[in-house]
Write a protein that binds this ligand. Structure first.
Ligand code: BDR
Ligand code: CA
Length: 327
């Protein structure tokens, strides 16, 4: 049976890949998508969510609009320099498609969790604002979900916004802290694995050789590759952060090392704001059980998995919607 998931994302370039993978994979039942601010503003993120499900030929998947900024009301900071002004590497079609549902992304999580108790993996790959809002609206939510998987944090790896903080956590540490302290089984797919699971020109060539969906993905990766070349790798390749979280959250990729440990998020002001502190002190003893621990921290997974994600998208053929750019 395909794993039921809800995907919550701040749709930039890697989120687009994650939605495509989830919408196209036969072993994933993508029930709904929620947009959240983060890589780009909420208008742009929502438009990109709608565009991506339609591009995949899955326009029937509901898309709900989510939060426009951090849960504490502070100013939102976006990452257009990473994902382009349109969140599509400045290579999007510029053509809006589809409409959102009338409920919010947080309400959507609750509605679906009540409809399918203990069956849904909620996969959040942007700032965790919607998830924290859902939790505050429905305190019994942890008992209604199968689990929560996030792309976010760094257990041993350096941060990508500050020395210690990863973007999705750093964007809204108060929301992330609520997600980490809830009682659901939480899987953290952080920079420890997403920084070493990368896409290179051979993956882009495979995408470009596919139908219009693959070609679109190859096009929007161009800008993303340039960002990573300058900011991280010194050569043309990129992470595929969010799709890796989908693969692990949906049970399609079994991590090679993922101990269940105590973990929390640093909130408040100061240089460690947004850090994920994971108790890895058991590493020399094979990670013995920790009292009260609920966070499965993925420390090792197969980097070659990137090609599976690429294959699913490259083999998807042509989109039912027009993907040529509006001039
Ligand atoms: C995460 O931050 C966002 O820019 C990406 O989409 C990914 O979810 C990586 O730190
Ligand atoms: Ca994201």
């Amino acid at each position: 049976m395909a794993q039921k998931i809800i995907l919550d994302c701040d749709t930039g370039v890697d989120d687009t890949m994650a939605i495509l993978y989830a919408a196209l994979h036969p072993e994933i039942d993508l029930l709904a998508v929620g947009s959240v601010w983060g890589n780009v503003d909420i208008e742009t993120a929502t438009r990109n969510c709608l565009h991506t499900v339609a591009m995949a030929g899955r326009a029937e998947i509901p898309v709900a609009r989510g939060a426009a900024g951090p849960i504490d009301g502070s100013d939102a900071v976006f990452a257009y320099h990473v994902h382009g002004d349109d969140g599509q590497g400045n290579a999007g079609t510029g053509r809006p498609v589809g409409e959102t549902v009338e409920w919010t992304a947080a309400e959507q999580i609750i509605r679906l969790a009540k409809r399918h108790p203990k069956e849904i993996e909620l996969i959040a790959v942007g700032p965790m604002t919607n998830v924290a809002l859902a939790l505050s609206l429905c305190p019994e939510l942890p008992s209604l979900l199968k689990g929560v998987t996030i792309m976010g944090g760094a257990a041993g790896a350096p941060g990508n916004v500050t020395e210690v903080a990863e973007a999705n956590i750093h964007s809204d540490p108060e929301a992330a802290a609520a997600v980490f302290s809830a009682t659901w089984p939480l899987t953290m797919v952080g920079l420890d694995v997403t920084m070493i699971t990368t896409l290179d020109d051979s993956h882009r060539a495979t995408l470009a050789a596919g139908g219009s969906i693959g070609q679109y993905m190859a096009d929007i990766l161009d800008f993303y590759f340039s960002f990573f070349e300058a900011a991280a790798f010194g050569e043309r390749r990129s992470c595929m952060h969010d799709a890796l979280a989908v693969a692990i959250g949906a049970g399609l990729l079994e991590p090679e090392l993922a101990p269940i440990v105590n973990a929390y998020v640093v909130t408040g002001a100061g240089p460690t704001r947004g850090q994920t502190v994971c108790d890895l002190r058991g590493m020399y003893m094979g990670y013995p059980e920790q009292h009260g621990a609920t966070t499965r921290v993925v420390l090792k997974s197969d980097p070659a998995f990137a090609k599976d994600v690429v294959r699913v998208i490259a083999e998807a053929g042509d989109s039912p919607i027009d993907l040529t750019r509006v001039r």
